[in-house]
Design a protein around this ligand. Structure first.
Ligand code: PLP
Length: 396
């Protein structure tokens, strides 16, 4: 059956090239974990998981055990990290699907240990990554409170401390002051871990911003000074969006940032179509809920099959344009749940069925996730992840 025309085109070749570019930018300092949580930032885990694996990813990062199980169904080989840990009752799935959970609380270790014992797992056979809270106060154990957790990794435990991770929460601040303080806290934690006789393989620190800011060398030094290898965890950059830095870099930008901005390619395009023949409306007509737009002269308007239930933010109404026939067509009136109206008075020849670009390029014009975010007061991550599940994802 023909579907309602509101879809995403997912360029998996661009994704593969982005992964490879980021791998080069991180080399030789770090291996990359491809972050594909939240349905690959709305881009479709089913399409993007296998694509990053084709590009060479040996690690995938997702939020939950559910997401990890789904990722495993598409990607039999790579390691899969569940960043949000395992909830009570999820231990058996972790073991069955060879998922690597992040841990920072005793109850998480209890759940995993019991599941591993039920499965008859050998000592040290279930790898976990320990999250350290180095200042974000979100998840993770503080360096001061680690002793009891570390004591759980005995030689007879089925659990193995394979990695240590932390999240840099201000790597997009180019002055690097917060990050420096976090690395200092991390050193304390790592010293305690090695003093406890544990030797994890991986230090997993830093997302897209840290990578493109060129922090890999410094972080790799931190890792090496405790006998570990560095892993970086880019998400947003994989999908072709270079993070913005605020405050910006003083003087010259890092070469990695310039290379990312010049080289990363957008993976997603969001499209719809003009639903009906263009409608002529007279001066004085109002458009949409509550008549927030009033025509001051005769206009030609087109109905588009996309609304806020598709993830088109309601705040865009009267403040944004979509692309029709390579030109900008302003959204007039409020965005409805399933529909939007655009002004095509200045665009000749618009017909029912014409392709409309909500996010992406058409002719010489481009609309980015950052453009959406700037208009609605959010960030590209939220623009991507709010695109509705009913919007079909098509590989191109
Ligand atoms: C989402 C996430 C990332 C990826 O962040 P980006 O800014 O999208 O690169 C990395 N690490 C953790 C722990 C995350 O939750």
């Amino acid at each position: 059956m023909q579907k309602r025309p509101c879809w995403l085109e997912i360029d998996t070749h661009a994704l593969e090239e982005n992964f490879q570019l980021l791998t080069r930018l991180a080399a030789p300092h770090a291996e990359l974990m491809a972050i594909v949580k939240a349905n690959a930032y709305g881009h479709s885990l089913a399409l993007c998981g296998p694509a990053v694996v084709r590009a060479g990813a040996q690690w995938l990062g997702v939020t939950s055990v559910e997401e990890a199980v789904e990722a495993r169904s598409y990607c039999p080989k790579p390691r899969i990290l569940a960043i949000g840990s395992a909830f009570p009752g999820q231990g058996d799935a972790v073991v069955e699907h060879r998922i690597t959970p992040v841990v920072w609380e005793q109850v998480q270790l209890d759940e995993l240990e019991q599941a591993a014992q039920r499965a008859g797992s050998a000592p040290g056979s279930l790898a976990v990554h320990l999250e350290i809270d180095t200042g974000m106060s979100r998840q993770g154990v503080t360096p001061e409170a680690m002793t009891e957790l570390l004591a759980r990794f005995t030689p007879s435990s089925p659990l193995k401390l394979e990695g240590v991770m932390t999240h840099l929460f201000a790597a997009d601040e180019a002055d690097g002051l917060v990050t420096a303080a976090q690395i200092e806290r991390l050193h304390q934690a790592l010293s305690r871990i090695t003093a406890a006789g544990l030797l994890p393989d991986w230090l997993s620190v830093g997302s897209s911003a840290a990578l493109v800011a060129g922090n890999a060398a410094l972080l790799a030094e931190t890792a090496a000074s405790h006998g570990m290898r560095l892993m970086l965890r880019p998400g947003l950059a994989l999908y072709g969006v270079t993070p913005c830095f605020d405050p910006a870099f003083e003087g010259e930008e890092p070469a990695t940032l310039v290379a990312a901005r010049n080289g990363l390619k957008p993976v997603l395009a969001w499209k719809s179509r003009v639903m009906m023949d263009v409608r002529q409306i007279p001066a004085g007509a109002v458009i949409g809920y509550n008549g927030t737009f009033v025509a001051t002269e005769p206009m030609r308007v087109a109905l588009i099959a996309a609304g806020y239930a598709d993830g088109l933010d309601r705040h865009l109404g009267n403040h944004f344009s979509l692309l029709v026939r390579g030109q900008r067509a302003p959204l007039v009136g409020r965005v409805s749940m399933d529909h939007t109206v655009v002004d095509v008075t200045e665009i000749p020849g618009v017909l029912a069925g014409d392709e409309v670009v909500i996010l992406g390029t058409q002719g010489a014009e481009q609309i980015t996730a950052q453009d959406h975010a700037n208009t609605t007061g959010t960030i590209p991550w939220e623009v991507f992840t709010r695109i509705g599940m009913r919007v079909e994802r098509v590989e191109v």
